[in-house]
Design a protein around this ligand. Structure first.
Ligand SMILES: Cc1ncc(COP(=O)(O)O)c(C=O)c1O
Length: 356
């Protein structure tokens, strides 16, 4: 294992203190943790499965796998066999351990990215490279390539054409592509497409994995609920390893996730909440001197007023608004901040008033 980085959020503490001191209270737009309620039908499914004395299956129930396959078909035009779905205890654990499962020696992830891709490479003792260009990677073998669309932190969507190029590049080299699609339901000005969509992969899932999360779609971050699917051979291998390692999703969480994947109404409602918050917050930020880059999908605004990221964090903390500095996501983020939409309507209103 390579040395792990310091936990970046600790560095935000002084700014959090300053924001907390605002007479109207803090508006915390930093971490991006859901604040709206867990849908009633999901809570009920969890409660009904409370009496679960036996060990659950690492592969999950057939009902769960079918619900995941059904959701992918219904909402994203992706066809997978239910056997090829593997539940995750939230997608973060999988992001962190995939390079180890694969015995990867070299892992590539986006230049501006969720930090756990890098952590995963380090845990595996692999070489981690942040790069958005396959050309720049040279001839050296790449075992695993991460893509993330819509992306965290930038809210950028990778078009089908771009994903197609990555898939064919990877297939020529025997590189596995893992596509983190945890924000796929949150397309605003652009519609994200899965790597497993036939327009991208040509119908074969060979060498491809798509990772999904219920955290943002269904406010299930507290339940820890996600799944991976894709190449049947790879999924089978991952299942065997996870069985040995005890990476088992609790049975009540499986029941809750099954209910969540079977229902679109709550996800549509949640989308509308985020859409309304975006509509309020964006012009307020722009009037206050920030420009918004990318951010056509996902849960964040990737914003800059041209200053150093930490100065922007400090400035907003003076009016009680806490945001994340772009450099948490890579050195290219030094002049940006990431602003999450995960605050109540009341808190978003407060932020809008303060920005005026
Ligand atoms: C890009 C990305 N991937 C994965 C995760 C992990 O989500 P979870 O573990 O809640 O499924 C996050 C969380 O914010 C994320 O931003």
């Amino acid at each position: 294992m390579n040395k792990l980085p310091d936990f970046p959020w600790d560095r935000l503490e002084p700014y959090k203190k300053r924001a907390l001191a605002h007479p109207g209270g803090i508006v915390d737009l930093s971490i991006g943790t859901p604040v709206d309620p867990v849908p009633r039908l999901v809570q009920d499914a969890l409660a009904q499965a409370a009496n679960s004395p036996g060990y659950p299956l690492t592969h999950g129930t057939k009902a769960l796998r079918e619900a995941a396959a059904g959701w992918l078909r219904r909402r994203h035009g992706v066809t997978v066999d239910q056997q090829d779905v593997l539940p995750l205890i939230g997608s973060k654990e999988f992001v962190a351990w995939l390079p180890t499962y694969l015995g990867a020696g070299r892992v590539v992830f986006p230049e501006l990215a969720y930090p756990t891709y890098d952590v995963g490479a380090r845990l595996a003792g692999a070489v981690g490279t942040a790069s958005d260009s396959t050309v720049a990677l040279g001839p050296e073998r790449v075992d695993l390539l991460w893509v993330n669309s819509p992306g965290n932190p930038t809210g950028r969507v990778l078009p089908a054409e771009h994903l197609r190029k990555i898939v064919s590049w990877a297939r020529e080299r025997g590189t596995i592509v893992a596509s983190d699609e945890c924000y796929i339901e949150l397309g605003w000005e652009e519609r994200p497409i899965s790597i497993l969509h036939p327009d991208v992969c040509g119908g074969s899932h060979e060498g491809l994995l798509a990772v999904h999360s219920l955290s943002k779609r269904s406010n299930l971050a507290g339940y820890r609920a996600g799944f991976v699917t894709g190449d049947p051979v790879l999924v089978k291998r991952l299942l065997e390893t996870r069985k040995h390692a005890g990476m088992i999703m609790p049975q009540p969480a499986q029941a809750a996730m099954t209910a969540a994947l079977g229902d679109d109404a709550h996800a549509d409602h949640q989308r509308e909440l985020y859409s309304a918050r975006r509509t309020l917050l964006r012009p307020a930020l722009e009037k206050a001197g920030w420009s918004i880059d990318h951010s056509t999908a996902g849960l964040y605004f990737w914003a800059s007023n041209g200053q150093n990221a930490w100065d922007q964090v400090a400035k907003l903390s003076e009016i009680g608004i806490l945001v994340a500095p772009g450099e948490f996501y890579g050195s290219a983020g030094g002049q940006h901040i990431r602003i999450a939409l995960t605050a109540s309507d009341e808190r978003i209103d407060a932020a809008v008033r303060r920005l005026q």
